[in-house]
Design a protein around this ligand. Structure first.
Ligand SMILES: [Fe+2]
Ligand SMILES: [Fe+2]
Length: 139
């Protein structure tokens, strides 16, 4: 059973491209959870974590590009949240790779909770600003 089930009303930020990114990210956490439950080998788990780290970086870079282009006033604090999460996930990736830790339910919960809270809080207020900017720019 999937660890996380998307709900547009709860997690949607009303910017289609970012909703799509968020769904992909949360699906990767589901994949990771499935791999853990199925006791998949370390190469499978390392591969999913690698993809999660790379996609997280891609998504954050895209959001940050929009924030700069549209002059979002809270961009520094938002970027700092992104940097802290990337640092955590990179640390997780390295520790798993070196065999210094095993994937645990707590780790899965940390990743999932961080993303859910970030999407519903920081990303949503940022997306509201994006949508208002788009409306202002319309003739
Ligand atoms: Fe986001
Ligand atoms: Fe964000």
């Amino acid at each position: 059973m999937a660890l996380f089930v998307w709900n547009d009303r709860v997690f949607g930020v009303r910017v289609a491209r970012f909703d799509a990114h968020h769904k992909n990210l949360l699906n990767m956490i589901n994949d990771l959870h499935d791999a853990m439950v199925q006791k998949a080998g370390s190469s499978v788990i390392d591969g999913i974590v690698e993809r999660l780290v790379e996609y997280t970086k891609y998504h954050f870079t895209e959001e940050e590009r929009f924030m700069i282009e549209l002059g979002f006033p809270g961009d520094e604090a938002h970027r700092a949240e992104h940097e802290a999460f990337v640092a955590k996930t990179v640390e997780l990736k390295e520790k798993l790779k070196k065999g210094e830790m095993n994937l645990s339910v707590e780790t899965m919960k940390f990743l999932l909770d961080w993303l859910k809270n970030h999407i519903r809080g920081t990303d949503r207020s940022c997306a509201r600003f994006f949508n208002e900017s788009a409306k202002r720019q319309k003739p």
